[in-house]
Ligand binder design. Sequence first.
Ligand SMILES: *[C@@H]1O[C@H](CO)[C@@H](O)[C@H](O)[C@H]1NC(C)=O
Ligand SMILES: *[C@@H]1O[C@H](CO)[C@@H](O)[C@H](O)[C@H]1NC(C)=O
Ligand SMILES: *[C@@H]1O[C@H](CO)[C@@H](O)[C@H](O)[C@H]1NC(C)=O
Ligand SMILES: *[C@@H]1O[C@H](CO)[C@@H](O)[C@H](O)[C@H]1NC(C)=O
Ligand SMILES: *[C@@H]1O[C@H](CO)[C@@H](O)[C@H](O)[C@H]1NC(C)=O
Ligand SMILES: *[C@@H]1O[C@H](CO)[C@@H](O)[C@H](O)[C@H]1NC(C)=O
Ligand SMILES: *[C@@H]1O[C@H](CO)[C@@H](O)[C@H](O)[C@H]1NC(C)=O
Ligand SMILES: *[C@@H]1O[C@H](CO)[C@@H](O)[C@H](O)[C@H]1NC(C)=O
Ligand SMILES: *[C@@H]1O[C@H](CO)[C@@H](O)[C@H](O)[C@H]1NC(C)=O
Ligand SMILES: *[C@@H]1O[C@H](CO)[C@@H](O)[C@H](O)[C@H]1NC(C)=O
Ligand SMILES: *[C@@H]1O[C@H](CO)[C@@H](O)[C@H](O)[C@H]1NC(C)=O
Length: 482
Amino acid sequence: MTKIPSMWRLPTSFFAVSLFTQLVSAQNQTIEYVGKITINTSQKFQTVDGFGVSQAFQRANQIQHLSTKNQTRVLDLLFSDTTGAGLTILRNGIGSSNSSIRDYMNTILPVSPGSPSSTPNYTWDGVDSGQVWLSQQVMNNYGVKIFYADAWSAPAFMKDNNEDTDGGLLCGVTGSSNSSCAGQDWRQAYADYLVQYLRYYEEAGVHITHVSWLNEPELTEPYASMVSDGKQAADFLKVFTPTLRKSGLDVKILCCDAAGWEYQRQMVTDIQKAGAEPLMDIIASHGYSSPPTTPFASKLPTWQTEWADLSDPWTTAWDAEESDGEGFTWAVKIQDSFVQSNCTAFIYWIGAEISPGNSMLIRLGNDTVEPSKKLWAMAQFSRFVKPGAVRVGSTSTNSTLHVSAFQNADGGLAIQVINTHENDTDVQLVVQGATSLGSGRSWLTDNTNDLTDQGGFQVSGGASNQTVQGRSMTSFIFEELI
Ligand SMILES: *[C@@H]1O[C@H](CO)[C@@H](O)[C@H](O)[C@H]1NC(C)=O
Ligand SMILES: *[C@@H]1O[C@H](CO)[C@@H](O)[C@H](O)[C@H]1NC(C)=O
Ligand SMILES: *[C@@H]1O[C@H](CO)[C@@H](O)[C@H](O)[C@H]1NC(C)=O
Ligand SMILES: *[C@@H]1O[C@H](CO)[C@@H](O)[C@H](O)[C@H]1NC(C)=O
Ligand SMILES: *[C@@H]1O[C@H](CO)[C@@H](O)[C@H](O)[C@H]1NC(C)=O
Ligand SMILES: *[C@@H]1O[C@H](CO)[C@@H](O)[C@H](O)[C@H]1NC(C)=O
Ligand SMILES: *[C@@H]1O[C@H](CO)[C@@H](O)[C@H](O)[C@H]1NC(C)=O
Ligand SMILES: *[C@@H]1O[C@H](CO)[C@@H](O)[C@H](O)[C@H]1NC(C)=O
Ligand SMILES: *[C@@H]1O[C@H](CO)[C@@H](O)[C@H](O)[C@H]1NC(C)=O
Ligand SMILES: *[C@@H]1O[C@H](CO)[C@@H](O)[C@H](O)[C@H]1NC(C)=O
Ligand SMILES: *[C@@H]1O[C@H](CO)[C@@H](O)[C@H](O)[C@H]1NC(C)=O
């Protein structure tokens, strides 16, 4: 490890001595490099909506079935601002299945009313695959206010394949099979159905703030799925948006949760061509088939609403460099989503579940709880960057140091530094225009640290010298910026 002894974290009383030692020893060492990271809080980019996970497909039940002690542990790890990631968004699944077998999410309209204009017989079990309980928990105990409800499909009888699985189109959109749909247009009935789902949550005391009716619409899957292109999404927006606005519910509309950035980009273009972009509030895409690399050509905010490592076995590693499912990889992906792709929210796929795979942040067993470094990668951002934070200008003189910075609504500054180099690097943090950074504090995640509090440091003037560990992520937090 190439590293000069650091004096900056020593108590003030040792300052003179340390300074002397530093100068002497520095004479005998080759200081290979001192990086410089510059933050410009006058350069303002997107406003952050938050960070989150999903417990759809009955994964909420898996948390609920733990012992009380471990239930609290999982929820703390995901949502606590003092011992966990402090997540601020929960993404729920709107069910489309007529049963709860396997991990299916059941629908509020299991039986067809016969025609789109007939009165639907909605049924509400008050459970919604465990998601009502989970929503209430995170709202009441952790102050979560952002709930995104997303449907993977409409109920079978509204679609031209008469299944809620295996793709198929919503009857009434361009290209849906007239004969299979018996000439019927189910768009209004589906819009009413989604509004009814939102109302059930209102009655349960949970205000759903964001909604969508599609998930990975370019894919036909054996589980709940419904296909759509941009034109077909526009066809539904023209019915859904007025219906939602008329309902009096204050809910933002997302579209379209494509499996990858590039299909979503095409959908955005086609929605714009169809004149329907003003009918939606937020662009949503997943990172799987093509990752977030560049912003969409739109003024709308962008959410990365689902992404995970679906191919590797479970790993808790930070940086063993054996799979793409390690914490370090995810720290870089999260940062890039904000810096390169202008995202305002990052939602991982599953928060906690029982699975041999790596698609979740925390592995559950038969009353066991095992967090991964992916959780702490997320936490390095989500603990300190809160809804309403503005991303500000940040540059690094060395491309091995990846940097981002956000100024929270309360004025505090959170700087994230990912050191992709194997060696420790000394860096000078400079906040342009700041005469004082007040007191700072840093938090470290690497192979042996899980968002470890590295202690506070006093700084005068708008600069602070720090050492960033090789292959680590550090968050530098300044509570007051003068
Ligand atoms: C890291 O530091 C060691 C010790 O100074 C050095 O031998 C090595 O080449 C450095 N690694 C890189 C990639 O520069
Ligand atoms: C620095 O190097 C010189 C010459 O090699 C040596 O005499 C001196 O003791 C060294 N000083 C320290 C602090 O290591
Ligand atoms: C900081 O950003 C502002 C706004 O983009 C710009 O006008 C200013 O020149 C920048 N300051 C420096 C020192 O680069
Ligand atoms: C509505 O569905 C419920 C079961 O969820 C059933 O008990 C009831 O009879 C149905 N009502 C009508 C009018 O079909
Ligand atoms: C439930 O849904 C499946 C799949 O769409 C369908 O085959 C089955 O007939 C439905 N059952 C009932 C009772 O509606
Ligand atoms: C659509 O289907 C309905 C009912 O099956 C039929 O009456 C109508 O002629 C069809 N329209 C077209 C354009 O095929
Ligand atoms: C980034 O997103 C914001 C909305 O969140 C938008 O106003 C801005 O134009 C976007 N910038 C770029 C470069 O796409
Ligand atoms: C979980 O462990 C308990 C106690 O050892 C056992 O009774 C139960 O069957 C186990 N459940 C599962 C799903 O493995
Ligand atoms: C909770 O989880 C831990 C760690 O996975 C496990 O050791 C413990 O037995 C579980 N149950 C309780 C009640 O703590
Ligand atoms: C970047 O930092 C590394 C690690 O300290 C150093 O080895 C490298 O020379 C630096 N690169 C540049 C372009 O300054
Ligand atoms: C921080 O490091 C820079 C660059 O090496 C140096 O010029 C400056 O004096 C240092 N500041 C403090 C407070 O040590």
